[in-house]
Design a protein around this ligand. Structure first.
Ligand code: GAP
Length: 439
């Protein structure tokens, strides 16, 4: 199967099964903005909960924060985004389409859209922030921006959180939240969009220990991706050269994934030095130094940042899980999502619509739901068709209420990936599933 086909098939599966829809589709769609349907929103919540658990709940040295999307406009001057957060843009003199000047297909000078040769003039700088206005007056004084990263909310709250949580450096601040970038060339489905969610963590360290922490966070973050079931051979590090570094970074490494459209960034890990705290100190006029207990040393901590998109994690999880297989001569599409990520954990099928099987099936379904194990009840169509629907949905376990269930209370549980079938007591099903979700 060609890789381009995989993306087309994934996009179509995501729509068909209710993972992802194009935003405002009935109006022809909005450029590179997507909506998450019933299964997509569950996958998204699972991604965020697993990240939060690993980064906040399982650690003593990271605190959570949910800062506002709209911030004081000076924040974006201090952060360097007003002056420096831009891409070089060129416009075709014929069809007026706009492209990032550094795209390989644009560097030849030929417009990829209308084919005009020598189509582009001088590149100009295009700021990626969405501008908006605070309050009823639309003038320069009221101008602010939709945040292009969550990180700045953590920097301006550094001392609030350090004091309130009585943390000592080194410690981190973690956030999950929306970010907005007016990307010139978004695309590849939910890979690069104009509205997206980030999971970012800023780790404040003593200057001089930053390089060691940078190495530590590289390893911790790579291990997290592997813990989600992503195939390790599809993940690698890419160190940024001097010409790739963002304006705030002393060192940066991407964790890359081999998407169907090639190796590209998945997560960024950055050594931001004291750039951000230093700039906020300068622009706000407030001291942001940390006073180390004991030594009474005063210093601006350096920051090691880990930054990954929720949407991009979903794309990686979906692309990595997508398989086309043949089972006993039948083709099947399966989303082999790790059970902890899967939107539904179980599907309950009565073998036939009689002999008390539907009633018992519904009871098992209710029992799972009461325990917050997302489950789906399905009595429509042959068992084979019901299996296929759940394989495509990514449901790890299909539970069939059949003849023996009525005698001994056991159900057939079929594993999505191995197709192995085992009998489990219906009363023990909640525990059986929980055990596998926490393994
Ligand atoms: N605070 C640092 C920062 O924002 P970044 O490398 O620009 O760094 C971090 O972004 C991560 O956010 C990326 O690795 C990617 O996972 C995600 N991301 C960035 N821009 C995105 C976009 N336009 N659409 C979807 N995800 C994006």
């Amino acid at each position: 199967m060609a890789d381009a086909d995989v993306m087309d098939k994934l996009v179509s599966l995501c729509k068909r099964r209710g993972y992802v829809f194009q935003s405002s589709e009935i109006y022809g769609g909005t450029g590179s903005v997507w909506d998450y349907g019933p299964l997509g929103v569950e996958l998204k919540r699972n991604v965020k909960e697993l990240w939060w658990s690993a980064m906040v709940h399982q650690r003593d040295d990271i605190e959570g924060l949910d800062s506002a999307i709209l911030m004081h406009p000076r924040v974006w001057e201090a952060s360097g985004h007003v002056d420096g957060f831009s891409d070089p843009l060129v416009e075709c003199s014929n069809c007026h389409r706009r492209y990032r000047a550094d795209l390989p297909e644009v560097e030849s000078g030929q417009c990829p859209s209308c084919g005009t040769r020598e189509a582009f003039g001088e590149a100009r700088s295009f700021n990626l922030m969405f501008k908006t206005f605070m309050g009823p007056v639309e003038d320069a004084a009221a101008t602010t921006y939709l945040r292009p990263e969550t990180a700045q909310g953590s920097y301006v709250n550094f001392l609030n959180i350090q004091g309130a949580a009585r943390q000592r450096v080194p410690f981190g601040i973690a956030q999950i939240g929306k970010a907005f970038r007016n990307e010139i060339t978004p695309g590849n489905f939910i890979f690069r969009t104009r509205e997206f969610e980030q999971m970012e963590m800023q780790f404040f360290v003593r200057p001089g220990t930053d390089e060691e922490w940078f190495e530590t966070w590289k390893e911790v973050r790579m291990a997290w991706h592997v813990s989600l079931g992503i195939r390790p051979e599809k993940l690698r590090f890419h160190e940024h050269g001097p010409d790739e570094l963002a304006h705030y970074a002393k060192a940066a490494v991407d964790i890359e994934y081999e998407y169907p459209f090639g190796w590209k960034e998945f997560e960024g890990i950055h050594n931001r030095t004291d750039f951000d705290l230093g700039r906020h100190q300068e622009y706000s006029g407030k001291r942001l130094e940390y006073i180390e207990p004991g030594s009474n040393d005063r210093f601006l901590p350096f920051v090691v940042e880990t930054a990954v998109g929720v949407d991009r994690t979903m794309l990686v999880a979906l692309a990595d899980a997508y398989r086309e297989e043949e089972v006993a001569g039948d083709a099947r599409v399966v989303l082999a999502l790790q059970p902890r990520l899967a939107p539904l954990k179980a599907a309950i099928f009565p073998l036939v619509k009689k002999d008390g099987m539907p009633e018992l099936g519904r009871k098992i379904h209710e029992d799972l739901r009461k325990e917050s194990i997302p489950s789906f009840y399905d009595e429509a169509g042959s068992i084979g068709r019901r299996y296929r629907r759940q394989d495509e949905t990514g449901t790890p376990w299909c539970v069939t209420v059949d003849g023996p269930t009525m005698d001994d209370g056991t159900v057939t549980v079929r594993d999505r990936d191995t197709l192995e079938q085992v009998r489990v007591s219906a009363d023990a099903l909640v525990g059986w599933i929980r055990e596998r979700l926490t393994a």
